[in-house]
Design a protein around this ligand. Structure first.
Ligand code: G6P
Length: 612
């Protein structure tokens, strides 16, 4: 977690570092800080507990800072509470070397004790500070040599950036493990950041660092090498994402903008993947052998958070269309499952960022067991896409709001495409059924648009239920993940307790919670379980719970049982999770917004979780 940035060029680095950090705050916002080398050749820094805005205020007030080379950091606390002293950058004893760091130094305690015994004085509780002191210890005129010696001493997964007063023209960044780093090339200036969108405003020409690499950056260019010192050649790539994709473009929050981008994201993710006969074609990009896919006997899906819910949608789809045993396991639990995996088990790992530590670890375990891995990710060149045997990109574009919305839809579309493709090549479902579903998918953007147009009506419903302390979201079958996702969205951004449940389980426990103050949100769209959900909602209503239903337009029965209806267009049941989740995203958004919550940066969360 945490976001790190660097800049070297002719301009003042401070506004550029602050601007790039603002786009990285989704990675953590417990504190922020920068360090620069001034025109007078002095290493100076400033840092502040809290969001980046506090640091910006401090800089605009009594602590102005300028310099054409600098590094910056926005923090999600792991070692040491959020505070000024634990904020990065961290300095060595002589205050001549500054370090920013994302990830964890696992052996920091032993290193810290060793350095203290040598006389180093520490000022923070962080694991990061050992890096600054180790660099000082090894620095004999060449920062690169000192960095290599330092990296040889530390264990863990991290990305870090360093500047030194004695070598004022260069930045060094290094990556080990799941913490991403990107170098952006401008004209006479170079940017470094934890992700591409944060520097899109400045350049679209980027070089992605791989694990175990160091980059040396000067105004003139960059040089990649591995930790052992061997030079690595890699040409820059041109990023297709638009700079406006990292801007709010008139919306009050990124989350709302991203919810409204969903029709387009669904279109993008399908683009060129369904041919004129409505057959899904993925062979060329998947890079998984068709013979291998025909021979698999089991599928194991994994992911975290929202990605795990999209994985669960995929589980129902693959079971329905491919007639295979399909299991879904949270990535954080994957390793303890004592699961049976072999070369005929296909593992599908879902991760928007492609960097989530638990998901990456699950992938490693699957690969060790000989299971072929398909990665479904939003980021080309991410850790996941590089580890996996084959990848399917979700084309969601950059998502800035911490609560995932459009990437959930794009992951579900990717799962649908894969299930249709697999069913076709395995002949596990009638060709006609598959084509009808693929044709139905083309109508999803319009159906989602219809839901988006009800946003104002959903806001009115939000006003009625926003004071509840707890809510229960229920669905059945392929809309159980929709209920889980609806509950997750609400709790993430409004801090209202919410549970997602399989509706049939309600009477085995959660019904005890119900009274007139606990709204029940039921997903009751057409399909084989509609009537059963209706009965469950009647049971909840009999306990005086306010009832909100997601129902198909024109469903009279739904209107009768419910106090409030979230109307959605009718689509085939297997496609319904992609439409049904949209009013729940909007409901969560409006409740949080009316309640004045920090929608895009909810407390304690971070978008990309690179710690286990
Ligand atoms: C964090 C985010 C979630 C996200 C999850 C998995 O918890 O807050 O929104 O769903 O990580 O992220 P991934 O990048 O692996 O999809």
């Amino acid at each position: 977690m945490c976001g790190i940035v660097g800049y070297v060029g002719e301009r003042d680095s401070v506004p550029i570092l602050l601007d790039s950090l603002a786009r990285l705050e989704y990675r953590g916002y417990d504190s922020a800080g920068i360090a620069v080398i001034t025109a007078q050749g002095q290493l100076l820094g400033s840092k502040a507990e809290g969001k980046l805005a506090r640091l910006a205020e401090r800089l605009a007030g009594g602590e102005p800072l300028h310099g054409a080379i600098g590094i910056g950091h926005t923090r999600w606390a792991t070692h040491g509470r959020p505070s000024d002293s634990n904020a990065h950058p961290h300095l060595d004893c002589k205050e001549k070397i500054a370090v920013v760091h994302n990830g964890i130094i696992e052996n920091y305690a032993a290193l810290r004790a060793e350095l203290i015994a040598q006389g180093h004085v520490f000022h923070s509780e962080t694991d990061t500070e050992v890096l600054a002191h180790l660099l000082e210890h090894y620095h004999e005129g060449d920062l690169m040599q000192a960095l290599r010696k330092t990296l040889a001493r530390v264990r863990g997964a991290y990305a870090l950036g360093v500047i030194a007063q004695d070598e004022p023209n260069r930045l060094l960044f290094a990556r080990n493990g799941a913490s991403p780093l990107v170098v952006g090339l401008g004209e006479g200036e170079i940017f470094v950041a934890s992700d591409t969108p944060s520097i899109l405003k400045y350049t679209r020409k980027v070089v992605i660092l791989h694990e175990g690499e160091i980059v040396e950056v000067t105004r003139q260019g960059y040089q990649l090498s591995n930790f052992a010192g061997l030079i690595v050649e890699r040409e820059p790539e041109q990023v297709m994402w638009d700079a406006s994709s990292a801007e709010k473009t008139g919306f009050k929050h990124f989350m709302l903008k991203e919810i409204f981008e969903q029709p387009n994201v669904v279109k993008e993710t399908m683009l060129g993947r369904i041919d004129e006969s409505d057959d899904v074609q993925l062979f060329a990009e998947l890079k998984l052998d068709e013979g291998l896919l025909r021979a698999i006997t089991k599928i194991s899906i994994t992911g975290c958070g929202t990605a795990s819910h999209a994985g669960m949608v995929g589980m129902y789809l693959l079971r329905a269309l491919c007639r295979l045993p399909v299991e879904m396991e949270l990535a954080s639990e994957f390793r303890y499952g004592d699961r049976a995996m072999d070369p005929r088990t296909l593992t599908i790992a879902m991760s928007q960022s492609g960097e989530t530590a638990d998901t990456i670890e699950a992938v490693r375990i699957a690969l060790e067991a000989g299971s072929p891995v398909l990665g479904i990710s939003n980021v080309i060149g991410s850790h996941l896409t590089r580890l996996a045997d084959g990848s399917l990109l979700t084309r969601g574009g950059p998502e800035i709001g911490v609560a995932a919305t459009k990437t959930y839809l794009s992951q579900s579309v990717a799962m649908l495409l894969f299930a249709l493709y697999l069913a076709r090549i395995r002949r596990s479902a009638p060709q006609e059924t598959l084509r009808e579903l693929a044709a139905g998918m083309q109508l999803l953007p319009a159906a989602i648009d219809v839901v988006l147009n009800t946003s104002d009506a959903i806001r009115e419903i939000a006003k009625r239920i926003r004071k509840a302390h707890s809510m229960l979201f229920v669905g059945r079958y392929i809309n159980v993940p929709t209920a889980l996702e609806g509950a997750l969205k609400l709790k993430e951004i409004s801090y209202i307790h919410a549970e997602g449940y399989a509706a049939g389980e309600m009477k085995h426990g959660p019904i005890a919670l119900l009274d007139a103050k606990v709204p029940v949100i039921g997903i009751m769209t057409d399909g084989r379980i509609r009537e059963k959900i209706l009965s469950n909602l009647c049971e909840a209503k009999a306990r005086e719970a306010p009832i909100v239903v997601v129902a198909n337009i024109g469903d009279e029965e739904a209107a009768q049982v419910a106090d409030h209806v979230l109307w959605v267009p009718r689509v085939p049941e297997l496609l319904s999770p992609l439409v049904n989740v949209v009013p729940l995203q909007l409901l969560a958004y409006h409740i949080a917004d009316i309640e004045g919550k920090d929608v895009d940066q909810p407390r304690n969360l971070a978008k990309t979780v690179t710690v286990e």
